[in-house]
Design a protein around this ligand. Structure first.
Ligand code: BGC
Length: 513
């Protein structure tokens, strides 16, 4: 008991020290660097609807939600979602209201290629994205396009999806079609959204489509194939399109900050981070490439001990290491929260068979008194953002970082006065500015999300929008929350001012938008 108390005091003291690394005063106007860009983000399955409209075929989220509806908390799906397939003009109007520099959205693979392959291009799908892109460009809003935000064609899943090495060519073909059709107007490309969630949650933990649970194997096959697929798409752009169109291509990696529980857990926390996001960042952004050494060592040692003839972690060939290394023009970072981690010997000696977390050998948690969003995993820890940006700067030679997602969820019925979200945005932007002051090369920030949307397994119960969406109205009416007004002012003034209080009575479009 006494020991526990001492430990608790030590932890609390260490937080006091940690949070001192981020300024604590709620200050007046603090400018963003010259040329810094602001956007918001969404994803195809989460907002488009039109799940079978005009030639679109089934993807893994259509399939999962249609065949196992109540795997989603409110038994909902994205069949209609925000109906952006029909309401895209209103979406662009909201971008103009906010004064966005860019808007990040994703393409639906099966809307463009209903057979999954380039043998049949769905003109209606191409037209939809042309309409959206052209409407944005009309108002000088730059499109930032994600090729893959989790909606794999179901047919490809039936052939193993991301665990089948042929997915590299399937994805590369799809990427080429997208570059060909939209590359004249789209200058920012993101190949993949959040490889960890695609691979670990999709194939290891079964908490995302295709909801497969073969931990310790499948997520590693997925990781390798996904990274090579990403790199192949990158090189296609580089060789065939870059000169003509002059755009950039990157990847969005989800990374939380992983804080050691005590000083003796520093190595454990580092190792955990090497699995959780180093797995995807190291092969691309480190000087040597390949999976992080600690990951290769731990999985090989565990596999040998468990009686396997080879490591459960597949190897990259030397050519693949080179293909993947450096295959990103920027580090797209999706960041939401922080976890505390300690070395867990029980996890290390776990006998129930191989698993991803057994391979890592650590346990993580979040203290209950950290402010929590509607999503239970999302606690507000701005100093974690600062530390993460610092780690990316030092570990990968200060890459150009684009924050491609950051945001906070509220619950149904919480209304328009979303002060918690407002505070989250301010504190995280402030922490980001601290890192920038110390040299981090962060050049753009994207709020997740422009509007409420289908929050995967949480359905419509966790809402991330700057705009609220009324799911009972046929038009899916969108209404700005207070956070929309605050974000608008940040963008207009290019400053973060803690004291700013918006007039939320009417949203307007400013001149020039
Ligand atoms: C994903 C989004 C998701 C958001 C909030 C990210 O992991 O890219 O699709 O809605 O976080 O959970």
């Amino acid at each position: 008991m006494l020991l526990k108390l001492v430990l608790l005091i030590c932890i609390s003291l260490s937080f006091v020290v940690q949070s001192k690394t981020v300024r604590e005063t709620k200050h007046g106007p603090r400018p963003f660097p010259e040329g810094f860009l602001f956007g918001t983000s969404t994803a195809s399955y989460q907002v488009e609807g039109g799940w079978n409209a005009e030639g679109k075929s089934e993807n893994i989220w259509d399939y999962l939600t249609h065949n196992n509806p109540c795997i989603v908390r409110d038994c909902s799906n994205g069949d209609i979602a925000n109906d952006s397939y029909n309401q895209y003009k209103r979406d662009v109007e909201m971008m103009r209201e906010l004064g966005l520099d860019f808007y990040r959205f994703s393409l639906s693979w099966t809307r463009i290629l209903p057979t999954s392959f380039p043998d049949k291009i769905n003109e209606a799908g191409i037209q939809y994205y042309n309409n959206l892109i052209d409407e944005m460009l009309k108002y000088n809003i730059e499109p930032m396009v994600t090729l893959y935000h989790w909606d794999l064609p179901q047919k490809l899943q039936e052939m193993g999806g991301w665990t089948n090495p042929h997915v590299v060519d399937w994805f590369a073909d799809y990427a080429r079609i997208a570059f060909e059709h939209f590359g004249d107007r789209v200058k920012y490309w993101i190949t993949m959204n959040e490889p960890r969630e695609v691979c670990y949650q999709g194939y290891g933990a079964a908490t995302m489509a295709p909801a497969i649970s073969i931990s310790g194997f499948a997520e590693y096959l997925c990781a390798k194939n996904l990274l090579v697929a990403h790199a192949k798409a990158y090189h296609i752009y580089d060789k065939e399109f870059r000169q003509k169109y002059g755009g950039v291509v990157g990847i969005s990696i989800s990374a939380g900050w992983i804080e050691p529980e005590t000083e003796k857990d520093t190595q454990a926390a580092f190792e955990s981070s090497q699995f959780e996001w180093g797995q995807y960042a190291h092969p691309i952004f480190s000087e040597t490439g390949d999976f992080p050494p600690v990951m290769k060592e731990r999985i090989a040692a565990k596999s040998a001990k468990q009686g396997f003839f080879r490591s459960r972690l597949p190897e990259f060939t030397p050519e693949e290491v080179e293909l993947v290394r450096g295959s990103s023009d920027f580090f797209g970072l999706n960041h939401y929260s922080t976890n505390i981690v300690y070395r867990d010997e029980t996890a290390e000696d776990y006998n129930a068979g191989p698993s991803y977390y057994d391979d890592i050998g650590t346990t993580g948690y979040q203290p209950e008194d950290w402010p929590t969003a509607a999503s239970p995993w999302l606690k507000k820890v701005p100093w974690g953002f600062y530390k993460l940006l610092t780690a990316i700067r030092t570990q990968y030679n200060n890459p150009n970082v684009i924050i491609t997602e950051n945001g906070y969820s509220t619950s149904v019925g919480d209304g328009y006065e979303d002060n918690d979200r407002v505070e989250y945005y301010k504190d995280y932007l402030d922490a980001m500015l601290d890192a920038i002051d110390e040299g981090s090369n962060v050049t753009a920030y994207t709020a997740w999300s422009l509007m409420d949307n289908f929050e995967w397994m949480a359905g419509y119960t966790e809402l991330f929008g700057l705009y609220e969406v009324d799911y009972n109205s046929p038009q899916r009416t969108r209404t700005p929350r207070k956070s929309a007004f605050v974000y608008k002012e940040i963008i207009r003034s290019r400053q973060l001012d803690y004291h700013y209080e918006p007039d939320t009575t009417v949203m307007t479009i400013d001149e020039g938008h």
